[in-house]
Design a protein around this ligand. Structure first.
Ligand code: GLV
Length: 394
């Protein structure tokens, strides 16, 4: 009998059994001690909700907009590298599930399925996430390819000029496709369903890179590609150049500081994503949800503020919206669904999250997502201001 799936965690358990260790570990890691990775999730549980009663709950709506796009709930699929290694044709399947559900899908630069592949196999525009490389021509070509594919927003990631160290990826020798060593072969032999599906697709390489970038030595390894190609000189002037080159909606991802949020505003971002890259970059940074109120205070009235990091339930989505986020992104939560059950699994993730969001909103006494605000929450004193930068001595 098929298992009854009621939570994202149910999908996580199936995902873990089904997908090779190397890709499971890639998804389920933060950098170094994983403090930030863990706190992204645990800080959501510190926020409590106010129960309200005797409020008419009929005719509820979670629909809103994110950078002008109508969405059925304030959730987008985050860009996740190597998604096509979690399940054969993963990016295409996830994009289709997002499209059917009425939420945006964001394709990573480091995807397996290429921009053109996803565009050909979907019918609504998706968003494209860009990493800035040293090779400016290559960056410009990626921007043009995204425009030609009809992408209606560019998500520019700012927090990964160099790659944070995730121990498991180094120990596993992470690559796409996996390199065959005694350890990987032994593990792959236990992942028959994954392997049979993967054998039937030609999409097993970084589709936006292989065949498009010049002088690439090892395009199968994320860590060597980042070390060789990502531009460590990325600064606000380069961001302005990219904004001009793109000419469309620009979302800046990886803002975790009020000062950077103000800079993003100055450069003309249509939205920012409060993010620490899912705890995968600067370990020891505060969680995204904890930083949200301060960033809202700095720029909230002037640009859309989105958030990612630690969102695994519809309650997390509601809490982020209550503290001011216009939209949220799920990364791991949709990867669990994808790895567990392909497109159906991503749809399941979205259904679970929508149900949790809608039910919680109702029990908090609200029937329209636009009316949700801090008044529905109870937040520990100092949640946002517990940590401060000490004054310089002497
Ligand atoms: C980026 O692609 C990452 O691995 O976090």
């Amino acid at each position: 009998m098929a298992p009854v799936i009621t939570t994202v965690d149910d999908l996580h358990k199936i995902y873990r059994r089904r997908v090779p260790k190397m890709f499971y570990d890639y998804c389920q890691s933060g950098s170094w001690t994983e403090q930030t990775f863990n706190e992204n999730e645990s800080d959501f549980s510190k926020i409590r909700l106010r129960q309200r009663v005797a409020v008419d709950m009929e005719g509820r709506s979670t629909a809103t907009t994110m950078v002008g796009r109508e969405v059925s709930m304030p959730v987008a699929l985050a860009p996740v590298g190597l998604t096509g290694m979690q399940h054969a044709d993963g990016e295409i399947l996830a994009a289709r599930a997002a499209e059917d559900f009425g939420v945006p899908f964001t394709l990573s630069t480091m995807s397996i399925c290429s921009i053109e592949d996803v565009a050909k196999r979907t019918s609504k525009p998706f968003w494209f996430q860009l990493y800035v490389m040293r090779d400016e021509d290559f960056v410009d070509r990626l921007i043009e390819r995204a425009r030609d594919a009809g992408c209606d927003a560019l998500v520019l990631t700012l927090d990964l000029q160099i790659l944070g160290q995730r121990h498991k990826d180094l120990k596993n020798g992470l690559s796409a496709p996996p390199k065959l060593t005694p350890a990987t072969i032994a593990n792959l032999m236990t992942k028959v369903g994954w392997g049979l599906e993967m054998a039937q697709t030609p999409r097993r390489f970084f589709g936006n890179i292989v065949g498009h970038a010049k002088g690439v030595k090892d395009a199968s390894s994320l860590s060597s590609w980042t070390a060789e190609q990502f531009d460590p000189r990325l600064d606000w002037s380069k961001i302005a150049r990219i904004k001009e080159k793109w000419g469309g909606k620009l979302i800046l991802k990886g803002i975790l500081d009020a000062e950077d949020a103000r800079m993003a505003l100055k450069v003309g971002a249509d939205a920012i994503i409060v993010s620490n890259h899912g705890g995968r970059q600067l370990d020891g940074a505060l969680s995204s949800i904890r930083m949200l109120p301060e960033i809202m205070d700095a720029v909230g009235g002037e640009t859309e503020v989105h958030i990612d990091g630690g969102i695994r339930t519809g309650q997390d989505v509601l809490k982020a919206v209550a503290l001011g986020a216009r939209g949220t992104y799920i990364g791991r939560a949709f990867i669990y669904g994808l790895g567990a059950m392909g497109q159906k699994g991503v749809t399941k993730t979205l259904e679970v999250i929508h149900k949790e969001l809608d039910t919680t909103m109702a029990l908090c006494g609200e029937k329209n997502i636009h009316d949700v605000g801090p008044h529905i929450t109870l937040v520990p004193k100092g949640f946002a201001g517990e940590w401060e930068t000490p004054a310089r001595n002497g």
